[in-house]
Each structure stands twice: as C-alpha cells, then as structure tokens.
Design a protein around this ligand. Structure first.
Ligand code: NIG
Ligand code: FE
Length: 389
C-alpha cells in the first residue's frame, strides 16, 4: 500500500543530491511511501497519486532519530545515586553493580515490560531505530537472556558482558575476561550483532586496554561488529583501540588527546557523543567542534541507562549538543540521524531518499531548528503511517 505525505513545510532528507546543504533540505515538499520504503521525494506541486494521503499541516519532517547507544534491559532505579551526584559525588561506574543485582533478580516479564515501555517512550519522541546493549546480567544466562529480550524489539543488539567486573569476580579480572570471551560469548553471539566493552583504566570497575582488546578480538572472531565505551572518564586507550580494530563506533569520547582526534579523523570509526551523560554526571562536555573540524564523523545518542544518563530523548541530547558543544542545529540533527546510521552501519535509515526505510518523524514547527530552539518542549514524534505495523 502506498501513502502520499503532504503539507511538509520543510523536509530533511540527509541527501545533498535532493536538496540544499548536507541535510538535503527541501521546502514545500511531498513524499511517497510504498510498502514501508520511501518511493518518491519531491516538490509538493508535482507529487504523484497514492492509495492513501497523510497531511502534516505545514510542519517539518525529518528522518526518525537513530539512537545508536542505549542500555534498556535492566531493573531497579538509581535516583538516589543521581541525587548524590548533584550534591558533588563523582560518577565512576560503581553504581552499575546495584543495577546488576536488581536485573538478575527480575523476571523475564518485568524486564520485557520495562524495555518495551522505554522503546514506546522513545518512539513517541521520534526515535525509529535503537541499539540495545546487555551488560546488567554479567552471568552467561543473564547476559543471554538480556540479548534474547533485546532481539525481540531491535536487530541492533550489543553484547556488553564486559561492562564491569561483577562482585563475584572481584580481584580476578583475567578469569572474568576468560568467561566473557569463552562461554558467555558463545551463548550471546547468536542473539547479538555487536560486541562492546567499557574500556576505562581510570575506573576500578571497568577494563584496561589489554582486556578490552581481548574482548573485542574474541567478538570479532565470533562474527560480531565492534563498538567501544571509550575515553569516558579519562584519556585512556579506548579510542585508539577502537580505530585500530576498525570498530564501527567509539562512544563517549569525553577526554581526547590530539592522537585520539587524529585517529578518529583518519579512520572509519564514528565518534558517538552522549551529552546527556555529561549533563547527568555534571562533567565537562566532549570537544565536538574539534572532532568535526578535524573531519571525524560524529553521531549523537542518548546512552539511556539507569545510572549515567536516564533520558530517552534524542531531542534533549540534540539541544545539549547545540548549546553546550557548539554544534550548529544542522550538524546536531545530522549527527542524531545520519550520524547514528553511520555508527550502526545502516545505509537504510537516517535519511529520506528513495530506497530508504520510511522512518519519518514530524516536528510540530515549520523548521527542524525548533528542536534546539525550543528545548524540553515535546515537539517531535514518530509519524505513524497507514498500513505499517
Ligand atoms: O555508558 N560507562 C559505562 N556504562 C554506561 C553507564 C551504565 C550505568 O551507570 O549503569 C555509560 O555511561
Ligand atoms: Fe553506555
């Protein structure tokens, strides 16, 4: 079934061949969707016919957000930890243990309910693709369970058994890495597209460069793509390791050396920035301008998780990127859509050109700039089209 979308005051295609600038902007546009795929994009005046018609009433239409970094399979709540941070406590990843305990104790149905609730919250705010990590189970069975549940709602599933060293392996990091790279990987790989590791020598709970390399190498040998939690708390080895191993994405990038920036600019690894984390941990923001000016590909994601950043709102992260990291509104929107697609190596999302998935979001304003201009206002939602599940 085909649908003609009309009344688009401004269309962001992210295809420079279709419109102006890197966002491929078109004014007074229309778009035809056929069987869930964009079939035609062009001026409203020359729109073809279709089986159904949806009029968005003079609003802006953008590609749905691609949230390429989220931790959504968990139980429990860490509001008290956030409250303590706002009174001066530092974030070091130690609170992850409490989410691990709550997650292990939760039923499948409880975890599924929470996960689906967060996905619905994201979708209602314009996110149409989301990556979901494990990492709060940290046993063979609990990690495999998290990935089975995640795979029910997204193909972008990431095995993060190397999130932190669980309490029962305290002082035995090598033994835990053997578990992660051995039986845990074997149980999780069938349900995962990616593998990730929290590479952070500055945290007593996370993994150093050698351990991270072992985890990523094992994941690659098992056929998984690579992603890295890199340089969140210090200028550690994570970013350079990610680039060296050809990871799709190095995430956080909060503390970067010149060598890190050069590596990201020269490689194929996307720098995924998570400004909601700096907001929620009261930390300095990454130097996004330096990355962009050096030529790195930058993505924005929420990192939605119960500890370092519990927002599901890509629009909030986009506004932070503009205000706090000096991205232009256009750079921030690109990073939250096409940038996320690049970080997930998904050519079918993050753009609205013929052949792409028809993942549309509508902004209740005449221009996408309102996403940053009106922070905190719920302007953007996924456009549900007739005949699409
Ligand atoms: O991306 N840094 C490691 N992991 C998450 C936080 C997880 C948590 O605190 O529960 C992050 O910030
Ligand atoms: Fe994360």
């Amino acid at each position: 079934m085909s649908t003609l979308v009309t009344g688009i005051a401004e269309l962001v295609t992210n295809d420079p061949a279709l419109g102006s600038g890197p966002l491929g902007l078109m004014e007074e546009a229309a778009l035809v969707v056929d069987d869930g795929v964009v079939a035609w994009v062009g001026p409203a005046a020359s729109a073809p016919g279709a089986d159904a018609r949806v009029d968005v009433g003079g609003r802006a239409v953008i590609p749905g957000f691609v949230d390429s970094h989220a931790h959504l399979v968990f139980a429990g709540d860490r509001a008290a930890e956030f409250e303590a941070r706002m009174s001066g406590a530092r974030y070091d990843g130690g609170g992850i243990a409490s989410t691990v305990a709550a997650t292990r104790a939760a039923s499948d149905d409880a975890l599924r309910g929470r996960l689906r609730g967060l996905i619905a919250e994201m979708r209602a705010q314009g996110t149409t693709t989301v990556e979901v990590k494990s990492g709060y189970g940290l046993t063979v069975d609990d990690e495999a369970r998290a990935l089975r549940l995640a795979a029910e709602i997204t193909p972008e599933t990431t095995f993060l058994g190397a999130h932190v060293v669980p309490a029962e392996y305290s002082g035995r990091v090598d033994d835990y890495v053997d578990l992660v790279t051995g039986p845990m990987l074997a149980a999780c790989a069938p349900h995962a597209r990616w593998i990730d590791v929290f590479c952070e020598p500055a945290s007593a709970h996370a993994f150093d460069g050698d351990a991270a390399r072992a985890v990523l190498a094992a994941g690659r040998d098992a056929g998984l793509g690579l992603r890295v939690h890199a340089n969140q708390l210090s200028a550690g080895p994570g970013v350079r390791l990610a680039v060296e191993l050809g990871a799709a994405s190095a995430d956080h990038c909060t503390h970067l050396t010149d060598a890190d920036v050069d590596a990201l600019a020269g490689g194929s690894t996307v720098a995924t920035l998570l400004p909601g984390v700096e907001f929620s941990t009261r930390s300095p923001y990454p130097d996004a301008r330096r990355l962009l000016d050096a030529g790195a590909t930058v993505a924005l994601a929420t990192d939605c998780n119960p500890g370092s950043c519990f927002t599901s709102s890509m629009a909030f992260c986009l506004a932070l990127a503009v205000r706090e990291m000096r991205l232009t509104p256009a750079e921030a929107l690109w990073a939250a859509t096409a940038g996320g697609a690049a970080a997930l190596r998904r050519p079918d999302v993050g753009r609205l050109a013929p052949g792409a998935r028809a993942d549309l979001a509508v902004v209740d304003a005449p221009s996408f700039v309102h996403l940053a201009y009106r922070p905190g206002v719920p302007l953007v939602r996924t456009l549900e089209l007739p005949g699409r599940p």
